[in-house]
Design a protein. Sequence first.
Length: 245
Amino acid sequence: MLTRSRFVIIGVITLLLGLIIVFPARVAHHWFTPSSVAISGIQGSIWRGNAREGEIGGIYVRNLNWRMQPWHLFTGELAYIIEADAVPGFVNGDVAIGIGGSASVRNLTASLSLQSLQSIIGMPGLGGTANLKFERLVFENGVPLVADGTLDIVNLLAPLIHRSSVGSFRAEFFTQESGIMASVEDTDAVVQLAGSLSLSSDRTYQFLAQVAPKSTTPENLREQMRFLGTPNDRGQHELRLEGQL
């Protein structure tokens, strides 16, 4: 009986894998993909395939390729190795989608134009480059729960702050029991900045930083800093941002 049961299980698994290997990616996209994802020029199956272009969460990509990692099926996840060209830039990573709306990304490396993200961030005129290198990201119903890695912003242009580039910054993310934390600092900017970012599972965030002018800080930016209040004995102003995603 045990031997027969094993053959039945192996047969079912083989059948499921066979269906996955040949199941057309175009059909899967039509049936299962959320409205925030639009992909065209799809070829191949959900096992392995590619697409000419797509828009995923407001980010435009080209030459999208995917390859399934089948062993994750035994843990209840659909997992893929994803490669794509952003405009300009690239995105590479291992993506897994679990039951109940969870999603995780491992070994993420990406370089994205901030201009392509301005509609997502809600800041018109945004410019520069975002370079990401994350060991792990985990989302639950769209809310980030785990983040371990680094984000480098290069040549940040934010017209609401200053008409020219304000320079480059780095954020190092790590996960604690209370939520996601990040240390933030300038790397090559027209101001000195050192601060911390916290993000809780209830979507609330808090960014606290000390910012001070440099010898290269433009005069109009110095004027804006005065609105942050009286500086401390080191000439640093407190910057505080709080809210909910």
